[in-house]
Ligand binder design. Structure first.
Ligand SMILES: [Zn+2]
Length: 398
């Protein structure tokens, strides 16, 4: 079966053949030798599905000059986009090998070749070319952006910080603080994993004065405080996060509850949660959902949030009469609520819990960098159980 590349190359050969014929017919014959046999040879390779030979023949036949260089670039980029990276590399290397091209065209070819290497996973080679282009070329900013991609992929956070700062110096108008604060968090988490808590703490502190930083820095500092046994400092950080009505409730409420449970201070926990809810009653749903998913039991305020959640959920009322359950006698109510909570937890944890605001990528765990669109901190938690699949099943059964 002829591939798409075959048709693309065939089209290029035919266009070149037609151009050659027209120039031969109307132009000066001395300047344009008749190349029809070469075109036919190229087409013959294609008809035999010998695409590599056809590419080589194209490169021999059409030398790189100002009139053909764009065709070479277009063909190279097309091959890369189609995943045929070796052919793209061959075409871009051929351009670079020409001694008579301008420095801008050479840089364009180096940039294209670096992208080929990156696409092929040859990150070391891509890095060398992008560094060269980032020093002084028309592709300075693009090269820096690609270097950031490479360093993120290789988890070279310190290098990513350096390149982000260099990009900021050139761009000026775009702050890189948010992504740099995530690189700092990655470095701090690495240090904490290696039990170097001093380094982890000083990394987090080093970025606290910046404006556009992530709240993740707070979470990392709370985690270090927890490891070092400073429960009160950790609890203060988690309370701050809840007071900010942050979507990071899913990352902070369960840990805050653990701290107060360990210290046998659940009455104080309830008092703190009541204050947070007074200031922001809309948090009730998020608290209930987080408590259901994380199995938080033993807090009166959280139990009330869950009762309200069950009463207010329109989809859930399709299955149960929440008001009857809540008004029933104590032991029946406790038993039924426990069953409902368990059912909701199973439903919540068998579906994605987080979704990226930018591209829709969803996952069970919070991912600070979206694996699909590569943006930082774009995932948000779902804050209610999705009943769609269950309702569909009910509709089919009935
Ligand atoms: Zn995304």
């Amino acid at each position: 079966m002829p591939t798409e590349s075959t048709f693309i190359l065939a089209a290029i050969f035919l266009i070149l053949a037609a151009t050659g014929w027209l120039l031969g017919y109307f132009g000066e014959r001395d300047e344009q030798p008749p190349l029809n046999i070469d075109y036919l040879k190229g087409l013959n390779f294609l008809l035999n599905e010998q695409t590599d030979q056809a590419v080589e023949h194209f490169l021999e036949m059409v030398r790189v000059d100002n009139t053909t260089i764009e065709t070479h670039f277009a063909l190279g980029n097309l091959f890369r986009k189609r995943g045929e990276v070796n052919r793209a590399i061959r075409i871009h290397q051929n351009i670079i090998a020409r001694p008579d091209i301008s420095s801008e065209q050479r840089n364009h070819a180096f940039y294209s070749l670096a992208r080929d290497y990156q696409h092929a996973g040859l990150l070391d080679r891509a890095e060398i070319l992008f560094i060269r282009l980032s020093d002084d070329s028309e592709y300075k900013l693009e090269a820096l952006t690609k270097l950031i991609d490479i360093y993120e992929q290789e988890k070279e956070w310190q290098k990513a910080i350096g390149v982000s700062k260099k990009s900021y110096k050139i761009k000026g108008d775009v702050s890189f603080d948010h992504q740099i604060s995530h690189y700092i968090c990655e470095l701090a988490e690495e240090a904490a994993a290696n039990k170097d808590y001093e380094k982890a703490s000083s990394l987090v502190k080093s970025f606290k004065s910046h404006n556009k930083k992530t709240l993740r820095l707070e979470l990392v500092s709370a985690k270090i405080a927890l490891i070092l046994g400073d429960l009160n400092s950790a609890a203060n950080v988690y309370c701050d996060i809840l007071n900010k009505n942050s979507y990071l409730i899913t990352e902070s409420l369960p840990l805050l509850f653990d701290i107060y449970t360990k210290q046998d201070r659940l009455i104080e926990f309830d008092a703190k949660l009541s204050l947070i809810l007074e200031k922001n009653p809309k948090m009730m749903n998020a608290i209930a959902y987080t408590a259901i998913v994380s199995d938080i039991n033993g807090s009166n305020i959280i139990d009330l949030c869950i009762e309200r959640y069950i009463q207010d959920d329109n989809a859930l009322s399709e299955f149960i009469s929440a008001n009857d359950i809540i008004r029933s006698n104590s032991s029946v109510k406790i038993e039924t609520m426990a069953k409902i909570r368990q059912g909701l937890k199973v439903l919540a944890t068998s579906n994605p819990r987080y979704q990226c605001n930018e591209c829709g990528f969803s996952s069970q765990k919070l991912l600070w960098q979206c694996p699909s669109c590569k943006q930082w901190e774009t995932q948000r938690p779902f804050l209610s159980v999705k009943f769609d699949s269950l309702l569909q099943r009910k509709a089919i059964d009935s």
